[in-house]
Structures are given as structure tokens and as C-alpha cells.
Design a protein around this ligand. Structure first.
Ligand SMILES: [Zn+2]
Length: 284
């Protein structure tokens, strides 16, 4: 189905997997409880061909592409090699995010190499899935400082401190995300799921100030908020900080099309979220 809203758009947040994991998720599920909880339903994983088909049918030109926040560095390495191959197969359409385990002592040393090999960022990092803490003020600092120095985008899984529970929700709540962002002002942050609602605190001057290096994506919002939330967030922080992200294959363009239309944003604001802001985030 064609969705004209998405013509020329960038989807800033999608997930794809190597074929061996798509075909047999149990090989990972048995050693990664977070992955197992999020993919308990059968047949939910997708590979690159399905992603490109979704993009082509909607008119989406490129995608910020992640695999998964694996806890095991060996699975992270496999994911990174896989995504580089996909980026080579579809030149200019796949903006690859590497995944690293922040607790892995060799992670810091890998960052520069990954940047040199063409990754645009690291993510989707997830403190609950990977067993680290956004509130860590010591050991993990070099990891995020190196990421900032290399100019890589940090795609961070965020979640709401209130509301219904769902697999994958986690504890990366706005209070933690805000403190984390304040400790790494040079880090280009892409906060998923509208930063767990962090923009809704932007009336606090000290919060507003700290948002200038953060982009927020729309991933999973139709599951979380009524469409008006997008308009409220844009009133508070401006649409300049928001980018379209789907969390593919969680939700497809048809669902976001309806949601974005219902949000009541102007055509210019929609153009910002879908086209202009991702260009600033990824291509500047
Ligand atoms: Zn995601």
C-alpha cells in the first residue's frame, strides 16, 4: 500500500536480523532472556528483504537500522558484521547502528573501528536487556565519551515510568535518561519511544536546556499514547527534535500514517519529523 505521507522519509528506528536468527529465534532466546521475552510470539522477526519491501511500498528512502541489544558480545559482533553486509547490499538506504555490550571491557576499543567502517551510531542500547545502568557514573563513562568523540549517534531504548506493563518496557525512565543526557552533553542521543515521555517535562527550564542534543523518535507511540501526545510534545520542545521511527517490524507505515494524520500536526511539522530532522540527525 502506498502512503504518500512517507514519500522521501527516513525511518530512524528499525530492527532486522540475520537469517539464521529469523529462521530459528530459539538459538538466541535460550541465551538472552530479554530477547526471549520480546519475541515470545512466533514469526515476529524480519530480515533485510522484508525491510526494503516495507520501505519501497511506503516511499521511505532510508532507515536507521539496528539489530538487537544483545547482552552477549559474540552476538553483538555477529549483528555488526551482518548489518555492514546489508548496508553494502543496499547502498545509501541502510544507516547501520552497531551494537555493543557496554560492560564488555573491549567495547571502548571497538568504537573507533566501527565508526571508520561506516556505522552511524551504536544502538539500540538497553540497560535492562544488557545489564548496565544509565546511572553508572564511573566505569561506563569512557564508553559513552568515546562514542561522543567518534561522532556516533547513541540510540537509547527509553520507557515510561507509568502506564501498562509490556514485554520490553524496562526501567530507562525519563528521570534516568535526563541525568544520563546531562552527564554526556557531547553525545548525540536518539531516544526511542519519545524518550519515555521526557519531552513532557520540558516546561522545567533545566530539562529543556538538556534536550538540545537529543532527538526523540516516534517508535511504538500508537501502542502508548493517543495521537495528541505528539502535538503536545511538539508544542513543548518543537518538532525540530522529533524524528519518525517505526520500530519495524513492530508496527508498519499504515498504522503510523493514521496516527500521524490524527495527531493534527501541520504539513510542515510532518515534513520536519519524517524528512528534514532525520536528514539533520543522520546526514549532517
Ligand atoms: Zn527498537
Amino acid at each position: 500500500m502506498e502512503h504518500r505521507l512517507f514519500a522521501g522519509a527516513t525511518d530512524s528506528h528499525v530492527h532486522i536480523f540475520p537469517q539464521r536468527i529469523v529462521s530459528n529465534p530459539e538459538v538466541v532466546a535460550s541465551r538472552d532472556p530479554w530477547f526471549a521475552a520480546c519475541h515470545a510470539r512466533k514469526g515476529t522477526l524480519r530480515g533485510p528483504a522484508d525491510l526494503i519491501e516495507m520501505m519501497d511500498s511506503a516511499g521511505i528512502v532510508r532507515a536507521g537500522c539496528t539489530v538487537w541489544p544483545f547482552a552477549d558480545p559474540v552476538l553483538c559482533d555477529e549483528a555488526n558484521e551482518f548489518l555492514l553486509g546489508v548496508a553494502r547490499d543496499y547502498p545509501g538506504r541502510i544507516l547501520p547502528f552497531a551494537i555493543l555490550q557496554p560492560n564488555d571491557p573491549s567495547a571502548v576499543a571497538k568504537i573507533r573501528t566501527l565508526a571508520a567502517r561506516g556505522f552511524v551510531g551504536i544502538g539500540e542500547l538497553n540497560q535492562d536487556a544488557q545489564g548496565w545502568s544509565l546511572d553508572d557514573t564511573g566505569e561506563l563513562a569512557p564508553f559513552f565519551e568515546e562514542m561522543a568523540a567518534a561522532g556516533l549517534i547513541c540510540n537509547l531504548h527509553c520507557s515510561e515510568p507509568v502506564g501498562h506493563m509490556y514485554p520490553g518496557k524496562g526501567t530507562a525512565t525519563p528521570d534516568r535518561v535526563w541525568r544520563f543526557a546531562g552527564r554526556f552533553p557531547g553525545l548525540r542521543l536518539l531516544c526511542s519511544h519519545l524518550g519515555g515521555g521526557l519531552p513532557f517535562f520540558a516546561s522545567m527550564p533545566e530539562v529543556r536546556e538538556s534536550l538540545s542534543h537529543i532527538f526523540f523518535d516516534t517508535s511504538a507511540l500508537p501502542f502508548l499514547y493517543t495521537p495528541r501526545a505528539l502535538q503536545m510534545a511538539s508544542n513543548l520542545i518543537g518538532t525540530g527534535r522529533m524524528v519518525y521511527g517505526s520500530d519495524f517490524p513492530l508496527l508498519g507505515p499504515a498504522r503510523y500514517n493514521a496516527y500521524l494524520v490524527e495527531a493534527g500536526l501541520s504539513p510542515e511539522e510532518l515534513q520536519d519529523i519524517l524528512v528534514n530532522n532525520p536528514a539533520t540527525l543522520f546526514l549532517d
